[in-house]
Structures are given as structure tokens and as C-alpha cells.
Design a protein around this ligand. Structure first.
Ligand code: FES
Length: 169
């Protein structure tokens, strides 16, 4: 049987559809809307979130001359500092505990309980810290001895410059 061949010389290559004026305008409107929407979303998101996702500025604060922080004794000290946010200034207050066994090396703890953030208290008789909120106890070196906290007290970086104890908060 003979193979039948069709004449193909009149068949033209399919052309890609041309973009008409209406389609061009629709595409332009969508592109412009998308760009404006993303810009507003970005700006609005920045306005809502502010610097909340940014790491807090750390500051060295002065805890005073080490001569006044006698060795072998726990010292409680309060601090207050200001953090500059994107458009506002936030005041931070806190309590710290400082001790030194030898008068040359100092250990500084945040008084914030690692459970839910109450302030711990130093108890000389127990030689440790206690948290009044949920009856937690910590050792002199900050380890958890009892209660709900799972983490030790936060130890802060400290240094001595010209006889003054500085701590990074
Ligand atoms: S906040 Fe300290 S034990 Fe709960």
C-alpha cells in the first residue's frame, strides 16, 4: 500500500501569539501593582516589627571600683541604662550579683531567674540564691539546685579597667 503524503508547502509555522494592547496594559498594571504592594508590605512590616528582630545593643556598665567590692562577699547592685530603638528610647533596669573569691577575678550574675524572669535573692545562710516565685534555688555559682528552672543563672562578661569593674549587659 502506498503511503499517502499531504502537501505541506501551504502550512506555515505557528506564530507565537502577539501581545495585544489590552494584554500589554493588563501586564503593566499587574507589574506596577505588585511592585507597589511589595514596597508597602516591606515598609509596613518594618514599621510594625521595628528593631525587634535586631540584636539588642550590648553596653558595658560601670559597677564601681573593685576596692569597694570586698572579696568573699556577695554584692547586689542595681543598674539602669537606655537603649536606643528605631524611634524611641527604652530604659532598662536590672539587678546583678557580684562576687569574688580572691579580689582579682569577679563573677557577675544577672538576678533574673531563668524560669520566668523573677528576681532571685541571695541567701547568705544557704550560701545560694532563691527565687520567691516558684521556690527555685541556685548555688553560689548559679547552678540550679531545685525548682522548675532548667538553666543556670546567666553569667555576664566582666572586666576590670583602671580598678573599675565593668560588665556587659
Ligand atoms: S520565676 Fe523563678 S522559679 Fe519561676
Amino acid at each position: 500500500m502506498d503511503e499517502q503524503k499531504f502537501p505541506l508547502n501551504n502550512v506555515s509555522e505557528p506564530k507565537p501569539p502577539e501581545m495585544g494592547r489590552r494584554r500589554f496594559l493588563e501586564t503593566g498594571v499587574w507589574a506596577t501593582t505588585s511592585v507597589v504592594g511589595l514596597t508597602l508590605f516591606g515598609t509596613g512590616g518594618r514599621f510594625i516589627v521595628g528593631d525587634a528582630l535586631k540584636d539588642k545593643d550590648e553596653q558595658w556598665i560601670n559597677l564601681g571600683e573593685i576596692a569597694s567590692l570586698s572579696a568573699g562577699q556577695m554584692h547586689q547592685t542595681a543598674y539602669s541604662l537606655r537603649h536606643k530603638d528605631a524611634w524611641r528610647t527604652v530604659e532598662e533596669k536590672g539587678l546583678l550579683y557580684v562576687f569574688s573569691d580572691d579580689g582579682t577575678t569577679y563573677t557577675v550574675f544577672s538576678a533574673v531567674c531563668t524560669h520566668l524572669g523573677c528576681n532571685v535573692h541571695w541567701e547568705e545562710a544557704r550560701d545560694g540564691f532563691s527565687c520567691p516565685c516558684h521556690d527555685a534555688s541556685f548555688s553560689r555559682t548559679g547552678e540550679v539546685l531545685g525548682g522548675p528552672p532548667r538553666q543556670a543563672l546567666t553569667q555576664l562578661e566582666a572586666k576590670i579597667e583602671d580598678g573599675v569593674l565593668l560588665v556587659l549587659v
